[in-house]
Design a protein around this ligand. Structure first.
Ligand code: XMP
Length: 319
């Protein structure tokens, strides 16, 4: 019978056998897969694991601090946090094409990860959160989005250059199994059952040029939306939900007068496989609360709209 405990014991035994007394490097993103790998390897080899967490400044509200709290403070995992916000925003300045933005973020991510990894002595292994669907997808198609998606967090030429051997303890598992293992290993339920978040982060949810001001505004709006979804029980009924920053201004009016500010769009979808999706029929009352809170609590927003597009034709993300 499938029990998380058996899978964990088995994975631990295999990792120990593979790495011996070698040192393992892991890129921790805060996503489910890399988080579960971190917790698993910590249990298997403790101090032989070093994680590098690249904070590109395009994470969700308080996400970087939460990752550090769970892994470094709570579990005692060795995590190096790299605060690279200024570098990412600098590289993105003036760039508004979606694919160009993705490429810049992906490349810089790898550069920063490489630089930090080079400072750690004596690493022989690179751990990755590859899961079974990734294995099938990249075997079937080299051009599909799935391959592109995973390649963001995978670390380019690093394994060959540093002569690292790969450690992939989730390679035979499906997502739901990975989640159950994560809970069993003591990761918080909210982390393990969190909606997916794209590697380029808010970089593809701020349409056009990415600025610090837009990222700060978007983080707050997104946080309000997610908070209300959780409060109302709708978070777990949607597959993915988030706010998008639209850099077009619209006129609004409040007690103290007229405002002319950017627009926030809300997106919530239901999907099985993320290849097609329906927009979530959120209750009007919930949308009303979210909209009021966003406009009242965030100075730089005049208007909130709800995205009622399915996929296809619209993708889940706006860029
Ligand atoms: P789309 O927008 O193509 O998204 O309908 C499908 C799923 O993939 C996620 N996504 C990404 N994930 N890097 C990622 O790691 C990316 O560049 C990327 N683009 C989209 C998206 O959040 C959704 O879950």
């Amino acid at each position: 019978a499938w029990k998380p405990g058996n899978i964990i014991d088995d994975a631990i035994a295999r990792v120990r056998e593979q790495v011996g007394d070698g040192h393992v490097l892991l890129g921790l993103s805060g996503g489910v897969d890399s988080s579960v790998v971190a917790a698993l390897l910590h249990k298997a080899i403790g101090p032989q694991l070093t994680c590098v967490f690249v904070d590109h400044g395009l994470l969700r509200h308080c996400e970087g601090d939460q990752v550090m709290k769970i892994f470094a403070d709570h579990l005692g995992v060795k995590v190096i946090r790299v605060d690279a916000e200024a570098r990412f925003l600098g590289a993105l300045a003036g760039v508004s094409d979606p694919e160009a933005k993705r490429k810049i973020i992906g490349k810089l991510f790898i550069d920063v990860f490489d630089e930090e990894s080079a400072k750690i002595d004596n690493v022989q292994f690179l751990a990755q959160g590859t899961i079974y669907p990734d294995v099938i997808e990249s075997a079937g198609s080299k051009t599909g989005k799935a391959h592109v998606i995973k390649s963001h967090h995978n670390v380019g030429g690093l394994p060959e250059r540093m002569k690292l051997k790969l450690v992939e303890p989730l390679r035979e598992l499906f997502k739901d199994e990975v989640r159950r293992i994560g809970v069993e290993l003591g990761l918080p339920h909210e982390m393990v059952y969190r909606h997916p978040f794209p590697g380029p982060g808010l970089g593809v949810r701020i349409l056009g040029e990415v600025t610090k001001a837009a990222a700060d505004t978007l983080r707050l709006a997104d946080h309000i939306f997610i908070e209300e979804l959780r409060k109302s029980g709708w978070y777990d009924k949607t597959s993915q939900a988030f706010a998008v920053f639209l850099p077009i201004k619209s006129v609004g009016v409040t007690g103290d007068g007229r405002r002319y500010e950017p627009v926030i769009a809300l997106r919530a979808v239901e999907t099985i496989d993320f290849m097609t999706a329906h927009w979530a029929h959120l209750p009007y009352d919930l949308l009303d609360v979210v909209s009021r809170r966003i406009v009242n609590e965030i100075a730089g927003v005049s208007r909130v709209v709800y995205d009622v597009s399915g996929k296809p034709p619209a993708t889940i993300e706006w860029e």
